[in-house]
Design a binder for this molecule. Structure first.
Ligand SMILES: [Zn+2]
Length: 506
């Protein structure tokens, strides 16, 4: 019996799981049998492996080859098992010593010529390998920087199956890869470029301080996109854990930039309104990929011209946003991705999108109302801040003649407010005002009756839903945190109410 085992990693969402590849060579009619729930791509990998082995100058054993992938119950997707399969076959045939393959984790797709090609999800795979106690990983050269983000594992970068075989057979050792420093991150867009728009600037500051979802309306050119793009710059830089999460998602999505630096800044995703539910939330056939919502994890998802998105697509965002994660089911398995994402919606006040604002608009009041009603109530109900941006007029420009505050200045205030709320909320599992359940908030952090008069009146009038009332409460606390106040007063409640009831003129 010629039995050999190698290690690789399978992915479920952004979680890697160790996969053991077992190869048994037995006498009998030359054939290859694959067991252990491989998907179509893994099945094709047998043909790739055979060609790669032969084109690397080795013989593919003319025996009965049984290949098992375990745990059997875990669905195996993608082409990342090629290298582990090929090496297991060669170890079974005695080309590679069997005891040389007990530790290293082998990742990579093989070309027919035996070249080793990059795969997605190397970062989460190497994290899983390290967690499972493996000390060495072999990865395609172009994935080496990404793999080397993980501490405690030696990364060997290879260009071909021959190199890997030479290394394992002890003929030509691969050297441990040392991460090249990535290019310095370019600074993101700065608030100093946004002239005027005091209400819009205030809204992004409050959104950043409390983690509130934001809805901006206003005519084209009012600066909705400019403001949304500047929100990530106000959020604190990613800590190590968040950075690994964000980078791992990009790795699985295949959007990790060359040189694969660790993401340090909150991501910003702005899908077009023609995006499908799969593109937005995640999906795809075969390998399940995270959508824009998950790629914006720990950052900002910006939906410009939100009413143009199909209703079903917008509705698909609701639950994941509440839960902070999304699970996508497919016939061949499911995948869960984190999506603690801050949402920014933007809309023109009407379908004609007249740049001049109300004066040149040709839409009837009914058309305007219909257009705004396209945004679903339940989704909007989760948006704490709604701000109507006026067209940037000459007056606004003159207003803005005082130099606008830069991102760094506003970000400092945001950070202070976040520190205050994190201290107050310690022990609740929440760090931001937007995360606190309404009841808990009202019980533990009451607001004085006299401060609440306006909000209670809006509730009685029906201008505010009960959920909306809680959201005003949350925003009022964020405003108090920004103001350095002990608790919200009438001023903060009034401002929070203003940011909630803001409606585009119908
Ligand atoms: Zn119009």
């Amino acid at each position: 019996m010629s039995l050999a085992r190698t290690w690789s990693v399978g992915l479920a969402g952004v979680q890697g799981a160790m996969v053991e590849v077992e190869v048994d060579l037995a006498s009998g009619v030359p054939t290859v049998v694959l067991v252990g729930l491989p998907d179509a791509v893994v099945r094709q990998s047998v043909d790739r492996v055979r060609a790669a082995v032969v084109n690397s100058g080795h013989e593919f054993p003319l025996r009965r080859v049984t290949i098992g992938l375990s745990p059997a119950a875990m669905p195996k997707q993608g082409s990342g098992f090629d290298l582990a399969l090929a090496v297991a076959v060669l170890a079974g045939a005695g080309v590679v010593p069997r005891d040389a393959v007990t530790d290293p984790v082998l990742l990579g797709e093989l070309g027919l010529d035996g070249s080793l090609r990059t795969v997605r999800g190397v970062l989460p795979s190497v994290l899983a390998a390290a967690a499972a106690g493996h000390r060495q990983v072999v990865v395609p050269a172009d994935n080496a920087d990404e793999a080397a983000l993980v501490a405690g594992v030696e990364v060997l970068a290879a260009h071909s199956l021959s190199e890997v075989v030479g290394h394992l057979a002890g003929r030509a050792r691969l050297r441990g890869h040392v991460r090249r420093p990535g290019p310095p991150e370019r600074p993101g867009p700065d608030l100093v470029d946004v002239v005027g728009q005091a209400a819009g600037r205030r809204a992004v500051e409050v959104a950043a301080a409390g983690g509130h979802h934001l809805f901006l309306t206003g005519p084209p050119g009012a600066g909705k996109t400019m403001l949304a793009e500047r929100l990530p710059g106000l959020l604190p830089p990613l800590d190590e854990r968040a950075a690994l999460e964000v980078t791992a998602i990009a790795s699985v999505a295949g959007t990790l930039p060359a040189g694969s630096p660790l993401a340090t800044r909150p991501p910003f995703e702005a899908p077009h309104h023609s995006a499908t539910t799969a593109a937005l939330v995640g999906g795809g056939s075969g390998h399940i990929r995270p959508g824009a919502l998950c790629r914006a994890h720990r950052g900002v998802l910006f939906l410009d011209e939100a009413p143009e998105f199909p209703r079903a697509v917008l509705d698909s965002l609701r639950q994941p946003l509440e839960r902070g994660q999304v699970t996508i089911h497919r016939a061949n398995g499911s995948a869960t991705f984190p999506c603690r994402t801050q949402l920014v919606l933007a809309a023109n006040p009407c379908p004609c999108a007249s740049a001049a604002g109300d004066t040149a608009c040709t839409c009837s009041p009914l058309e305007r109302r219909r257009y705004q009603a396209r945004l679903s109530g339940p989704l909007l109900d989760r948006v704490d801040l709604r701000v109507d941006l006026p067209a940037v007029t000459r007056a606004a420009w003159l207003d803005g003649l005082a130099p606008p505050e830069a991102t760094a200045v506003v970000a400092r205030r945001v950070q202070q407010a976040r520190a205050v709320s994190a201290r107050r909320l310690a022990g609740t599992g929440c760090a931001l005002n937007s995360q606190v359940p309404g009841r808990l908030l009202r019980e533990r952090w009451p607001i004085e009756r006299r401060a609440l008069v306006l909000a209670e009146r809006a509730l009685e009038r029906g201008a505010l839903s009960v959920r909306g009332f809680d959201r005003v409460w949350r925003v009022a606390w964020t405003l108090a945190d920004l103001a350095g106040a002990n608790r919200p007063g009438p001023e903060q409640v009034a401002e929070a109410l203003g940011m909630r009831l803001q409606r585009v003129a119908a």
